[in-house]
Design a protein around this ligand. Structure first.
Ligand SMILES: Cc1ncc(COP(=O)(O)O)c(C=O)c1O
Length: 517
């Protein structure tokens, strides 16, 4: 039996109600029907309607115009209609940033005593402001770590905004937090972590790394009873993301840089002596996919050595952690089941919109000890429930895991595995074409979905000229980087819609010229 049909019918009814309410600010407000009242045609609500009855009731009980804000239906209608249509339009890959002076000249002062009105503000956004941004979602944007959120996830972000749930404490956000926790459970299962592991969604990898390392430092202080002479330190490879040293600075920790092996991995062997000699090191950060080259550190040996020396292991999988969902890449993360904390940014490679980082702890108790906030007005919080605000450096929070929840619930985890695998395949296909090309040099076999390569004979200025020209034209976004001390180019594949043959065709047709012109 197809259980979808009644769901669709229910959705259409609720959706029609929503559109009835939103689009016509010209009409006066209709009186609010009582919750659960008979439909306007006199029919009693059917059992089938119950799933949406709450939403429909709420939608039919108009908020009265505010004494201060007035009737905001025009502002709501303009914004939601724009969002609905924009969610499904194609992206514009061109780099179109303008200077602040140019934007000021085009837009003028928008913050005025009397306001400029919703229509003008929306028009400026649509016609001037948004066109001066670059889409991270374009299939030919392969710079930095781009983005590729599903349409379902993007659309649901609007729902999350409309629901405006306070997601810091269970008592406020129970239903929404429950759904976020199911996603975190899926990730914990991919990690091979026990059922009492737990986590929280924070804004991004920088915030996730900071919160995890604050937990590690606090845990070390509780375990050892005092701060070591010379203060705390963390150990990581020089290839660790810049947010790790930024977190260390904020936490007043030194960074001990560990040499990598000849293929770029942090290993337990290299850590052993440093940990034996330096009691300040209370945490080790391993990369679950470096940003520059997609290298996964040797997590198993790092965990074994670090734990033997009483150090916390945090795995930064902000970009690469998504590959845990792949059918083929899980084994590259061997040992992660014993790590203490982990992050992955669903806004990078798990097809969610900005901003979203899943931060997970194998044992959440040290995180709660480090991060719980206490104040007279907070004392009534039910601490018996797991409160997301206890697990990171935040209190108020948007339930930003919900767009991922909706998309995962809609599409299923198998589609996620297929999407990640598609990106891994694309990277491999492009890497093979580069290796076979006469004028290009592949600098390493991709371990994940980043391809690092070189155009033989080009100077840094020629790389820049080529990259900027293609960015302006919107052909391909591919930026120079440094790899093993020399200039190189990198392509990051996180979008299953990227056509590897189209990328190869661009490299073939635009990189033959000896000077990048
Ligand atoms: C490995 C890694 N860690 C951390 C971060 C920081 O994440 P965010 O930009 O979400 O703060 C990034 C960003 O690219 C990353 O690639």
């Amino acid at each position: 039996m197809n259980g979808d049909a009644p769901d669709r019918a229910r959705f259409r009814r609720a959706h029609a109600t929503m559109l009835d309410v939103i689009p016509d600010p010209a009409q006066p407000l209709s009186p609010s029907p009582a919750p659960g009242a008979a439909a306007p045609d006199g029919a009693a609500p059917s059992a089938e309607d119950s799933a949406f009855s709450r939403a429909s009731d709420a939608l039919q009980r108009h908020r009265e115009p505010s004494e201060i804000w007035g009737d905001e239906r025009e502002a709501v209608s303009l914004a939601l209609r724009w969002a609905a249509s924009h969610t499904t339009v194609a992206t514009d890959p061109k780099t179109t940033a303008r200077s602040a002076e140019e934007l000021q000249a085009a837009v003028g002062d928008t913050i005025t005593e009397d306001g400029i009105g919703a229509a003008r503000a929306m028009a400026l956004f649509d016609e001037v402001l948004l066109p001066a941004t670059r889409s991270s979602e374009d299939p030919m944007n392969l710079a930095y770590i781009p983005a590729a959120p599903t349409r379902a996830a993007v659309a649901f972000d609007t729902v999350v905004s409309a629901a405006n749930v306070f997601g810091g404490i269970w008592e406020n956000g129970a239903g929404a937090i429950f759904a976020e926790n199911q996603v975190l459970r899926w990730l914990s299962d991919l990690l091979g972590w026990p059922t009492d592991s737990a986590g929280v969604f924070v804004s991004g990898g920088t915030q996730g790394n900071l919160s995890a390392l604050a937990t590690a430092r606090d845990h070390a202080l509780r375990e050892r009873g005092r701060r070591p002479e010379g203060g705390w330190a963390l150990a990581c490879a020089s290839t660790a993301h810049s947010s790790v040293s930024s977190a260390a600075r904020l936490l007043d920790m030194d960074v001990v840089t560990v040499p990598v092996d000849d293929r770029g991995h942090l290993t337990g062997t290299a850590l052993e002596q440093l940990l034996a000699e330096d009691p300040r090191i209370c945490a080790v950060v391993a990369s679950g996919g470096t940003t520059n080259a997609g290298i996964i550190d040797d997590i198993a040996s790092v965990v074994e050595v670090a734990h033997r020396h009483g150090a916390w292991v945090h795995v930064d999988g902000a970009y690469g952690g998504a590959a845990l969902a792949s059918r083929t890449a899980r084994e590259r993360f061997a040992g992660i089941e014993q790590a203490d904390s982990f992050i992955v940014d669903p806004h990078k490679w798990l097809f969610a919109p900005y901003d979203c980082c899943a931060l997970l702890y194998r044992d959440p108790r040290p995180a709660a000890a480090a991060h719980s906030q206490h104040a007279a007005y907070l004392d009534s919080i039910d601490r018996g429930e797991s409160n997301p605000s206890d697990l990171a450096a935040h209190l108020s929070r948007r339930t930003r895991g919900l767009p991922l929840w909706y998309s995962l619930a809609t599409h299923g985890t198998a589609a996620y595995a297929a999407a990640v695998d598609r990106c891994l395949d694309s990277a491999r296909t492009v890497a093979e074409a580069i290796a076979a090309s006469e004028h290009l040099e592949l600098l390493m076999e991709p371990e994940l979905s980043v391809v690092v390569f070189r155009r033989t004979g080009w100077t840094p200025a020629e790389y820049r000229r080529w990259s900027q020209r293609l960015a302006r034209e919107g052909t391909l976004l591919c930026l120079p980087t440094a790899f093993r001390g020399e200039i190189a180019l990198r392509l990051a594949f996180v979008n299953p819609a990227t056509d590897p043959d189209a990328v190869i065709a661009v490299l073939e047709s635009t990189m033959r010229e000896a000077d990048g012109s």
